[in-house]
Design a protein around this ligand. Sequence first.
Ligand code: SAH
Length: 193
Amino acid sequence: MVMGVIDFSHFLMEQVIDEGETVIDATCGNGHDTLYLSRLVGESGRVIAFDIQELAINNTRQLLEKHSRQNVTLIKDSHANFEQYIDEDKRENLGGAIFNLGYLPRSNKQIITKKESTIAAIQSLLQFIRPGGIIVLVVYHGHDGGELEKEGLLNYVTKLDQKDVHVLKYGFINQKNKPPFIIAIQKKGDRNR
Ligand code: SAH
């Protein structure tokens, strides 16, 4: 079977991220990707997970505790500010980031990711991830405000220079109800520069 978007987002991360690297979960939500990334980078690696909602941070903390994961730093702030939380010496091995856009499932549908901060975070991440590193966005856009973010984001990533990055779009085009799709941005260059 072809891969669904979540599986494909994980597949992309697995292809690129090495054990021991630092990765960013830009929108931890209920923590499923945070847990996944925590295992992917292993004990020697680190996940830095962001969310602007206390509820999301708490849900993620609980999930990580349940699975005894200790290599995650949880930060209640916008991913647009992520630069402030990266150690100078960790910048070298920042392998990538994952975003799940939209609202926190089973919670307030008014609190959503927005194109301004999402794009600001991508711009900043592109400076800090290593060559070969990847940013994967799962773009949910069926909710109020979702279309606006989707259009802004597509417009932005379409214009990224192909000399610098590969930009990929992956999704099902015959599904009803505006299914989520993936945008992946991989920084070009030799990872062992
Ligand atoms: N739609 C997905 C889940 C998205 S959760 C699904 O159905 O599985 C998106 C999370 O992003 C929410 O928890 C929300 O609080 C968070 N968020 C919104 N804006 C943010 C920002 N600027 N920085 C970090 N997290 C943000």
